[in-house]
Design a protein around this ligand. Structure first.
Ligand code: AMP
Ligand code: MN
Ligand code: MN
Ligand code: MN
Length: 281
């Protein structure tokens, strides 16, 4: 039997780079046995109202979330905010500015791809983005559609991952900004998928310490892309730094994601789950 959790605190809808509308994400989660779901679109909270309405319909709990893109040293790091007020004005204004910044980056990405002999990427990716935020996943889907690569993952491997020819550097929010926006909106900040970042162990421990010093409280221990060893290492980090433990599928799409909603390993029992704080909020 596949691992299963009633809590899935990280996933995406078509509001960012998922393919299903928020209502469909919630229905699919409920059908998979999830009881508490956080929708955490990239740099955007506009899907939460629809998600909340559908959650009420199907009888599950919806936690308001977001996944904020951060530049930390030379790395792109993701910080998830959970249980926040999705109408808090400063959070909304800052996320809007981040989404605006994505358009300039998309233009630069399209220019790089054109230089590599792939024209029309801005329009093509824009079509996949459908007017909400635009990001690398939308470019990847356009390249797959053009027959340039067989799937989204291989587009990243050959064109869009850090250091690949279609990659363009971008300045995201600072770690301090992301923490202050999340905390200012009453949310809990969580380090997303800690082993997706190519950090030395020294850098990793510095990231955890800085995050903690800025008021960060949680870390994802069980998540879609983590190996069993990485989940053990994330659990050790949670113990060492006193972090709450979170878990999430990071589901994006039925066709693309390896892990479906709710298909997450259980958290080690000695850790304090992040949802122990939800009731107090
Ligand atoms: P962006 O925020 O535009 O930089 O895009 C980041 C998103 O790209 C992530 O949230 C993932 O959905 C996706 N992504 C990043 N790396 C990969 C990869 N190696 N394979 C597939 N998708 C990826
Ligand atoms: Mn994504
Ligand atoms: Mn992420
Ligand atoms: Mn994510």
């Amino acid at each position: 039997m596949r691992a299963m959790s009633e809590f899935d605190l990280h996933c995406h809808s078509s509001i960012s780079d998922g393919t299903l509308p928020p209502a469909e994400v919630v229905r699919r989660a409920a059908a998979n046995g999830v009881r508490v779901l956080a929708l955490t679109d990239h740099d955007e909270v506009a899907g939460l109202a629809e998600a909340r309405a559908t959650a009420a319909e199907v009888g599950i709990t919806l936690i308001a979330g977001v996944e904020i893109s951060v530049s930390w040293r030379s790395h792109q790091v993701h910080i998830v905010g959970l249980g926040l007020d999705p109408e808090e004005p400063i959070l909304l204004a800052r996320l809007k500015a981040m989404r605006d910044g994505r358009y300039g980056r998309a233009e630069r990405m399209a220019a790089e791809l054109a230089r590599l002999g792939i024209p029309g990427a801005l329009e093509g990716a824009g079509r996949h983005a459908g007017g909400s935020i635009i990001g690398r996943t939308h470019f990847a889907r356009f390249l797959v559609e053009q027959g340039i690569a067989k799937d989204v993952k291989s587009v990243f491997d050959h064109y869009l991952a850090t250091g690949k020819p279609g990659y363009v550097p971008h300045q995201w929010a600072s770690l301090a900004d992301a923490l202050s926006w999340i905390r200012g909106a009453g949310g809990i900040a969580v380090i997303a998928h800690p082993f997706r970042y190519k950090l030395s162990s020294n850098e990793r421990s510095n990231l955890y310490k800085e995050f903690k010093a800025l008021g960060g409280e949680g870390i994802e221990v069980a998540y879609g892309s983590a190996s069993a060893q990485e989940q053990r290492d994330a659990a050790s980090a949670a113990r060492r730094h006193g972090f709450l433990a979170s878990c999430g599928s990071d589901f994006h799409s039925p066709g693309e994601s390896m892990i479906d909603l709710g298909r997450i390993a259980p958290l080690p029992e000695d850790l304090t789950p992040v949802w122990s704080k939800f009731r107090e909020m």
